[in-house]
Design a protein around this ligand. Sequence first.
Ligand code: PNS
Length: 170
Amino acid sequence: MPKVAIYPGSFDPVTNGHLDIVERGLKIFDKIIVAILYNPNKEYLFGLEERLEMLKDCLKKFKGVEIDSFDGLLVNYAAQRKAHAILRGLRAMSDFEYEFQMALMNRRLNREVQTVFLMTGLRWIFTSSSIIKEAIQFGGNIDGMVPDLVQAKLVQKFDLDTGSGQTGKN
Ligand code: PNS
């Protein structure tokens, strides 16, 4: 039976840290379904379709990756997709409590689905979608933290002018 994992998240937007987890996850799993949670009660910078498009573009070079979205409980989605694992990246200590809580709850909800954590690459230890959005909207340079096409979308979203190559406000 192929080893299938769900890599769930908000991906608002996808970062190079996320891509690193997918690439390394493919060394363990035959197939990874990168799944965006559809939560109409939460505000996102990018709409669901935009996030799906960005993920598709960034991950098209990988075989064994599917992009999808889900709503409701993650373990129900995993069961529906015949996945036996949930893949999550772990950054510094701050992620641990939340991830531990979520993994235990998911295990309680469905003991057939195992959560597998990959330690984030050292390069991406402080990379998060939220911090990237915060930095770029105030003119901070985020080169190398997100794929080029995502950076271009962020620039567009915040109506920034990159001028001399530095990401900055008009
Ligand atoms: O990228 P994020 O925002 O940290 O991802 C969080 C996500 C989508 C993995 C989590 O919120 C989730 O799985 N939501 C679906 C509802 C659910 O099953 N929650 C966990 C058990 S209560």
